[in-house]
Design a protein around this ligand. Sequence first.
Ligand code: ATP
Ligand code: ZN
Length: 225
Amino acid sequence: MSNNNRLRIAIQKSGRLSKDCQALLKQLGVKLNLREQRLIAHSTNMPIDVLRVRDDDIPGLVMDGVCDLGIVGENVLEEAQAERVRNEQFAEVTKLSKLDFGFCRLALAWPQELGLQEKAWFNGKRIATTYPEILKQYLKRENIDASVVMLTGSVEVAPRAGLADAICDLVSTGATLEANGLMQGDTILESNACLIQNAALTDQSKLALIDKLMPRLKGVKQAKE
Ligand code: ATP
Ligand code: ZN
Protein backbone atom coordinates (compact mmCIF):
# COMPACT_ATOMS: atom_id res chain seq x y z
CA MET A 1 0.00 0.00 0.00
CA SER A 2 3.01 2.32 -0.11
CA ASN A 3 2.12 5.25 -2.29
CA ASN A 4 4.94 4.98 -4.81
CA ASN A 5 6.82 2.20 -6.50
CA ARG A 6 10.02 2.48 -4.51
CA LEU A 7 10.61 -0.43 -2.15
CA ARG A 8 10.34 0.79 1.43
CA ILE A 9 12.51 -0.84 4.06
CA ALA A 10 12.10 -0.01 7.77
CA ILE A 11 15.16 -0.27 10.01
CA GLN A 12 15.96 0.86 13.55
CA LYS A 13 17.11 4.46 13.62
CA SER A 14 19.50 4.22 16.53
CA GLY A 15 20.11 1.27 18.77
CA ARG A 16 21.59 -2.18 18.86
CA LEU A 17 20.40 -3.17 15.39
CA SER A 18 21.17 0.03 13.45
CA LYS A 19 24.83 -0.52 12.59
CA ASP A 20 24.27 -4.11 11.47
CA CYS A 21 21.24 -3.08 9.38
CA GLN A 22 23.20 -0.36 7.64
CA ALA A 23 26.12 -2.73 7.05
CA LEU A 24 23.77 -5.37 5.62
CA LEU A 25 22.16 -2.93 3.19
CA LYS A 26 25.62 -1.90 2.04
CA GLN A 27 26.62 -5.55 1.54
CA LEU A 28 23.47 -6.04 -0.52
CA GLY A 29 24.71 -3.27 -2.79
CA VAL A 30 22.13 -0.69 -1.69
CA LYS A 31 23.85 2.68 -1.76
CA LEU A 32 22.39 5.13 0.74
CA ASN A 33 22.90 8.70 1.65
CA LEU A 34 22.27 8.46 5.39
CA ARG A 35 22.04 11.86 7.00
CA GLU A 36 21.88 11.75 10.78
CA GLN A 37 18.47 13.25 11.45
CA ARG A 38 16.56 12.19 8.34
CA LEU A 39 13.63 9.81 8.69
CA ILE A 40 13.91 8.62 5.09
CA ALA A 41 17.07 7.82 3.16
CA HIS A 42 16.75 7.38 -0.62
CA SER A 43 19.01 4.87 -2.29
CA THR A 44 21.07 6.43 -5.04
CA ASN A 45 21.41 3.24 -7.13
CA MET A 46 18.15 1.28 -6.59
CA PRO A 47 14.44 2.17 -6.27
CA ILE A 48 14.64 1.77 -2.49
CA ASP A 49 13.78 4.09 0.40
CA VAL A 50 14.96 3.29 3.91
CA LEU A 51 12.79 4.46 6.80
CA ARG A 52 14.60 4.88 10.10
CA VAL A 53 12.26 4.44 13.04
CA ARG A 54 12.03 2.99 16.56
CA ASP A 55 12.28 -0.79 16.44
CA ASP A 56 8.89 -1.11 18.16
CA ASP A 57 7.19 0.57 15.18
CA ILE A 58 8.67 -1.77 12.57
CA PRO A 59 6.27 -4.77 12.83
CA GLY A 60 3.19 -2.55 12.53
CA LEU A 61 4.60 -0.58 9.60
CA VAL A 62 5.23 -3.84 7.71
CA MET A 63 1.94 -5.52 8.71
CA ASP A 64 0.01 -2.47 7.51
CA GLY A 65 2.01 -2.21 4.28
CA VAL A 66 3.34 1.26 5.06
CA CYS A 67 6.71 -0.39 4.53
CA ASP A 68 7.31 -3.41 2.29
CA LEU A 69 10.23 -4.85 4.25
CA GLY A 70 11.55 -4.45 7.77
CA ILE A 71 14.44 -5.63 9.90
CA VAL A 72 13.50 -6.27 13.51
CA GLY A 73 14.25 -8.54 16.46
CA GLU A 74 12.02 -11.62 16.71
CA ASN A 75 11.29 -10.55 20.29
CA VAL A 76 9.71 -7.29 19.12
CA LEU A 77 7.95 -9.01 16.22
CA GLU A 78 6.40 -11.74 18.39
CA GLU A 79 5.24 -9.26 21.02
CA ALA A 80 3.63 -7.03 18.37
CA GLN A 81 1.94 -10.00 16.67
CA ALA A 82 0.53 -11.34 19.95
CA GLU A 83 -0.79 -7.89 20.85
CA ARG A 84 -2.50 -7.53 17.48
CA VAL A 85 -3.99 -11.01 17.66
CA ARG A 86 -5.42 -10.16 21.09
CA ASN A 87 -6.95 -6.98 19.62
CA GLU A 88 -8.26 -8.92 16.62
CA GLN A 89 -6.11 -6.90 14.20
CA PHE A 90 -4.21 -8.12 11.15
CA ALA A 91 -0.91 -9.56 12.42
CA GLU A 92 0.64 -11.44 9.52
CA VAL A 93 4.05 -10.84 7.98
CA THR A 94 6.20 -13.05 5.79
CA LYS A 95 9.49 -13.91 7.45
CA LEU A 96 12.03 -13.91 4.61
CA SER A 97 15.16 -14.69 6.56
CA LYS A 98 16.73 -14.85 9.96
CA LEU A 99 19.76 -12.56 10.10
CA ASP A 100 23.00 -13.26 11.89
CA PHE A 101 22.92 -10.36 14.30
CA GLY A 102 20.84 -9.07 17.22
CA PHE A 103 21.19 -12.29 19.20
CA CYS A 104 19.61 -12.17 22.62
CA ARG A 105 17.26 -14.13 24.80
CA LEU A 106 14.24 -13.20 26.83
CA ALA A 107 14.76 -14.74 30.25
CA LEU A 108 13.34 -14.72 33.73
CA ALA A 109 15.50 -13.36 36.54
CA TRP A 110 15.11 -12.67 40.26
CA PRO A 111 17.22 -11.34 43.13
CA GLN A 112 20.37 -13.44 43.64
CA GLU A 113 19.91 -13.60 47.40
CA LEU A 114 16.79 -15.74 46.89
CA GLY A 115 18.89 -18.51 45.36
CA LEU A 116 17.64 -21.11 42.87
CA GLN A 117 13.87 -21.24 42.50
CA GLU A 118 11.41 -23.69 41.00
CA LYS A 119 8.70 -22.50 38.60
CA ALA A 120 6.10 -22.82 41.36
CA TRP A 121 7.83 -19.98 43.23
CA PHE A 122 6.42 -17.54 40.66
CA ASN A 123 2.83 -18.24 41.71
CA GLY A 124 1.41 -15.10 43.27
CA LYS A 125 4.51 -13.07 42.33
CA ARG A 126 4.74 -9.91 40.22
CA ILE A 127 7.01 -10.04 37.16
CA ALA A 128 8.13 -6.82 35.44
CA THR A 129 8.69 -6.88 31.68
CA THR A 130 8.56 -4.95 28.42
CA TYR A 131 7.12 -8.08 26.76
CA PRO A 132 3.79 -8.67 28.53
CA GLU A 133 2.22 -10.72 25.72
CA ILE A 134 5.14 -13.15 25.34
CA LEU A 135 5.40 -13.46 29.13
CA LYS A 136 1.66 -14.09 29.55
CA GLN A 137 1.77 -16.82 26.91
CA TYR A 138 4.67 -18.46 28.76
CA LEU A 139 2.90 -18.23 32.14
CA LYS A 140 -0.21 -19.79 30.65
CA ARG A 141 1.82 -22.59 29.03
CA GLU A 142 3.60 -23.32 32.29
CA ASN A 143 0.49 -22.99 34.45
CA ILE A 144 1.99 -20.21 36.54
CA ASP A 145 -0.37 -17.77 38.21
CA ALA A 146 1.76 -14.59 38.38
CA SER A 147 0.88 -10.99 37.62
CA VAL A 148 2.62 -9.00 34.92
CA VAL A 149 3.91 -5.47 35.49
CA MET A 150 4.50 -3.64 32.20
CA LEU A 151 7.56 -1.35 32.12
CA THR A 152 8.99 0.17 28.95
CA GLY A 153 12.46 0.61 30.43
CA SER A 154 14.72 0.01 33.46
CA VAL A 155 13.14 -3.40 33.99
CA GLU A 156 16.28 -4.66 35.73
CA VAL A 157 15.85 -2.25 38.64
CA ALA A 158 12.21 -3.20 39.28
CA PRO A 159 12.90 -5.78 42.04
CA ARG A 160 15.24 -3.43 43.90
CA ALA A 161 12.71 -0.60 43.54
CA GLY A 162 9.99 -2.82 45.01
CA LEU A 163 7.95 -2.72 41.79
CA ALA A 164 8.13 -6.46 41.18
CA ASP A 165 9.47 -9.71 42.63
CA ALA A 166 11.14 -10.85 39.43
CA ILE A 167 11.69 -9.72 35.85
CA CYS A 168 11.49 -11.08 32.33
CA ASP A 169 14.02 -9.18 30.24
CA LEU A 170 16.40 -9.38 27.29
CA VAL A 171 19.80 -10.79 28.07
CA SER A 172 22.84 -11.15 25.86
CA THR A 173 25.93 -11.50 28.07
CA GLY A 174 24.20 -11.46 31.45
CA ALA A 175 26.36 -8.56 32.64
CA THR A 176 23.38 -6.25 33.27
CA LEU A 177 21.62 -8.87 35.37
CA GLU A 178 24.75 -9.44 37.40
CA ALA A 179 25.30 -5.71 37.90
CA ASN A 180 21.77 -5.52 39.31
CA GLY A 181 22.17 -8.50 41.63
CA LEU A 182 19.83 -10.73 39.62
CA MET A 183 20.17 -14.39 38.76
CA GLN A 184 19.00 -15.80 35.45
CA GLY A 185 16.35 -18.49 35.14
CA ASP A 186 14.40 -20.01 32.27
CA THR A 187 14.78 -18.67 28.75
CA ILE A 188 11.36 -17.82 27.34
CA LEU A 189 12.47 -16.89 23.83
CA GLU A 190 15.70 -17.05 21.80
CA SER A 191 15.81 -14.18 19.37
CA ASN A 192 17.79 -12.65 16.57
CA ALA A 193 17.10 -10.03 13.97
CA CYS A 194 14.99 -11.09 10.99
CA LEU A 195 13.92 -9.70 7.64
CA ILE A 196 10.16 -9.48 7.25
CA GLN A 197 7.95 -8.64 4.29
CA ASN A 198 4.40 -7.32 4.09
CA ALA A 199 2.25 -10.42 3.65
CA ALA A 200 -0.04 -8.74 1.10
CA LEU A 201 2.68 -7.37 -1.18
CA THR A 202 1.66 -7.86 -4.82
CA ASP A 203 3.53 -5.09 -6.66
CA GLN A 204 5.46 -7.01 -9.33
CA SER A 205 8.38 -4.60 -9.62
CA LYS A 206 8.91 -4.63 -5.85
CA LEU A 207 8.67 -8.42 -5.71
CA ALA A 208 11.19 -8.63 -8.55
CA LEU A 209 13.57 -6.37 -6.67
CA ILE A 210 13.21 -8.51 -3.51
CA ASP A 211 13.92 -11.59 -5.68
CA LYS A 212 17.10 -9.89 -6.81
CA LEU A 213 18.18 -9.02 -3.27
CA MET A 214 17.50 -12.42 -1.65
CA PRO A 215 20.32 -14.37 -3.37
CA ARG A 216 22.69 -11.56 -2.39
CA LEU A 217 21.53 -11.90 1.21
CA LYS A 218 22.17 -15.63 1.04
CA GLY A 219 25.65 -14.91 -0.32
CA VAL A 220 26.40 -12.45 2.48
CA LYS A 221 25.27 -14.97 5.10
CA GLN A 222 27.29 -17.80 3.55
CA ALA A 223 30.41 -15.64 3.32
CA LYS A 224 30.24 -15.13 7.10
CA GLU A 225 29.94 -18.84 7.93
P1 ATP B 1 14.30 1.97 20.13
O1 ATP B 1 14.71 3.34 20.52
O2 ATP B 1 14.46 1.73 18.65
O3 ATP B 1 12.94 1.58 20.63
P2 ATP B 1 15.29 0.01 22.04
O4 ATP B 1 15.94 0.67 23.19
O5 ATP B 1 13.93 -0.57 22.18
O6 ATP B 1 15.38 1.00 20.79
P3 ATP B 1 17.70 -1.62 21.60
O7 ATP B 1 18.20 -1.70 23.00
O8 ATP B 1 18.47 -0.80 20.63
O9 ATP B 1 16.15 -1.22 21.53
O10 ATP B 1 17.58 -3.11 21.07
C1 ATP B 1 17.06 -3.41 19.81
C2 ATP B 1 16.98 -4.90 19.65
O11 ATP B 1 18.29 -5.46 19.71
C3 ATP B 1 16.22 -5.67 20.72
O12 ATP B 1 14.81 -5.64 20.55
C4 ATP B 1 16.76 -7.07 20.51
O13 ATP B 1 16.12 -7.70 19.41
C5 ATP B 1 18.22 -6.81 20.13
N1 ATP B 1 19.17 -7.08 21.25
C6 ATP B 1 20.29 -7.79 21.15
N2 ATP B 1 20.95 -7.88 22.31
C7 ATP B 1 20.26 -7.21 23.21
C8 ATP B 1 20.43 -6.93 24.61
N3 ATP B 1 21.46 -7.39 25.30
N4 ATP B 1 19.53 -6.16 25.22
C9 ATP B 1 18.51 -5.66 24.52
N5 ATP B 1 18.29 -5.91 23.19
C10 ATP B 1 19.14 -6.68 22.54
ZN1 ZN C 1 12.31 -0.30 21.16
